[in-house]
Design a protein around this ligand. Structure first.
Ligand code: FAD
Ligand code: 2HG
Ligand code: ZN
Length: 461
């Protein structure tokens, strides 16, 4: 990059906001899984929305592409500048303030670089709940979570990120600031442009702030880990606990014995919670009204009588609750330690989960000897992480495995990504799994908002 351009950037973001030292830029240039590595002229770390706007103006003028980056925990490599000759990474990490919290109105306004755990903490300190929860919450930022429309483990009750955003602030590629930091629950004044940015994966502009919904903090939680003989029983149990617990049910998370065994191998110190069974469901409900635990216990007792479940353990304390959750939340990290895998973040109708998993597992393990299916996820949302651990030296089969899995997903009229997004990892698959009309509409939106194609080239579309 020319010194003059560097100077221009430095004038805006200051010395602390401009990173060019290769040792420091390296962490911004690879994705969380280490599958993609790219290059950039520099990493820019602006400290305010106005600085983001000025950076964008310079980039437009100098024909420099912009790759926004949050906590870099994305699983679709959307924040990695791959194959771009003139690009910067724009990191929001210095914009991490809580702008305001309205406890009476149940809203919080934050900078986009705020880490999710910080938002949860601020809400908690104000006797409120910000419900979005996922294993990367110590690093993932609100801007990244909005840009990917993240899901996580409480979608069943509270919805994914889209359901939690009331207002948004974003900077357009040409540097204009869109100020929609409104806390309104109802607002029908024209097109709701913020919805375009939710799930846009950095391809339309830079999200710089958001107003988020808060909820009452449930005073009690009931958490159980249940062992099951088959997936049909898991779906049946989901129906039973939904009926018994109603809207208090917040999580219904699935994992297999293979996932549990993987944890035992890679997370020393975890004590096996139940004897081995093919499948497990982690069920949680929360409420401030009495009788929650009794309702869960009674639902599980009925399920036991009907032989829908094989075994169960209920958390007695918050430490036990955390220990049960660890079995679910550490799977991704254990999978990474185990070695390379082909990840599939699919959704199908909840009642189709047993047939989908059975058919896809049989197809993959028969066609690719030595592979091991690791299926887990958010059963209550119909979202299965149908990951396939590759056979040693089998990296080359990854794309073929994905083709087999996605073909079956299409037959079930499912989606090839329920929550992680398209990014660079699934870009070619999107074209095969959305109609010409849908793709044309997406391209029209992209070129209306980003006519020069400067925002995150190579991601999504
Ligand atoms: P990044 O990875 O930095 O970026 C992701 C995308 O958003 C990129 O395309 C980037 O360009 C864009 N972007 C980032 N910030 C901005 C911004 N301010 N403006 C515009 N575009 C921006 N995801 C789930 O949905 N559910 C889960 O349960 C879940 N669990 C996870 C568990 C682990 C252990 C890990 C590592 C990841 C998990 N993820 C999960 C994926 C990941 O945490 C989410 O996709 C998250 O939303 C990414 O946030 P981030 O700040 O790290 O974004
Ligand atoms: C989860 O549900 C995350 O734990 C990560 O979405 C899934 O590792 C994965 O594929
Ligand atoms: Zn998930």
């Amino acid at each position: 990059m020319s010194d003059a351009l560097l100077d221009e950037f430095r004038k805006v973001v200051g010395a602390a906001g401009l990173v060019t030292d290769p040792q420091r830029t390296a962490t911004y240039l690879s994705d969380w899984r280490g599958l993609f590595t790219g290059s950039a002229l520099a990493v820019l770390r602006p400290a305010s929305t106005h600085d983001v706007a000025r950076v964008m103006e310079i980039c437009t003028r100098a024909n420099v592409a912009v790759v926004p980056q949050g906590g870099n925990t994305g699983l679709a490599a959307g924040a990695t500048p791959v194959g771009l000759s003139r690009a910067i990474v724009l990191s929001l990490e210095r914009m991490h303030g809580i702008r305001s919290l309205d406890a009476a109105g149940f809203t919080i306004a934050v900078d986009a670089g705020c880490v999710l755990a910080e938002v949860q903490r601020a809400a908690h300190d104000a006797q409120r709940l910000f419900p979005l929860s996922l294993a990367a919450e110590g690093s993932a930022q609100i801007g990244g979570l909005i840009a990917t429309n993240a899901g996580g483990t409480a979608v069943l009750r509270y919805g994914s990120m889209r359901a939690l955003v009331l207002g948004l602030e974003a900077v357009l590629p040409d540097g204009r600031i869109l100020d929609g930091m409104r806390s309104l629950r109802k607002d029908n004044a024209g097109y709701d442009w913020k919805q375009l940015f939710i799930g846009s994966e950095g391809t339309l502009g830079v999200i710089t702030g958001a107003v988020l919904r808060l909820f009452p903090r449930p005073r009690a939680r009931a958490t159980a880990l249940v062992a099951l003989a088959c997936l049909d029983d898991a779906v049946a149990l989901f129906g039973m606990v939904q009926e018994a617990l109603g809207e208090t049910l917040s999580a219904c998370e699935l994992f297999s014995e293979r996932a549990l065994a993987l944890q035992c191998a890679h997370q020393p110190g975890l004590e096996r919670p139940l004897a081995a069974h093919p499948w497990y469901l982690l069920i949680e409900a929360g409420s401030s009204l009495p009788g929650l635990r009794e309702a869960l216990e009674s639902a599980l007792a009925t399920a036991m009588e009907h032989e829908t479940i094989a075994d169960a353990v209920l958390a007695e304390t918050s430490t036990q609750r955390d220990a049960l959750w660890r079995w679910r939340e550490a799977i991704t990290e254990s999978e990474r330690r185990e070695g390379p895998s082909a990840k599939h973040d699919v959704s199908v109708a909840i009642s189709d989960i047993p047939a989908f998993v059975s058919e896809a597992s049989d197809a993959v393990e028969a066609a690719f000897p030595g592979t091991r299916v690791l299926a887990f996820g958010h059963l209550g949302d119909g979202n299965i992480h149908f990951n396939v651990l590759l056979a040693p030296g089998g990296n080359t089969a990854s794309a073929q495995i994905t083709a087999v899995v996605h073909h079956i997903v299409a037959r079930f009229r499912g989606s090839i990504t329920a929550e992680h997004g398209i990014g660079r990892y699934r870009r070619d698959d999107l074209v095969a799994h959305r109609s010409q009309v849908e793709l044309a509409l997406m391209r029209a939106i992209k070129s209306a908002v980003d006519p020069d194609g400067a925002m995150n080239p190579g991601a999504l579309i």
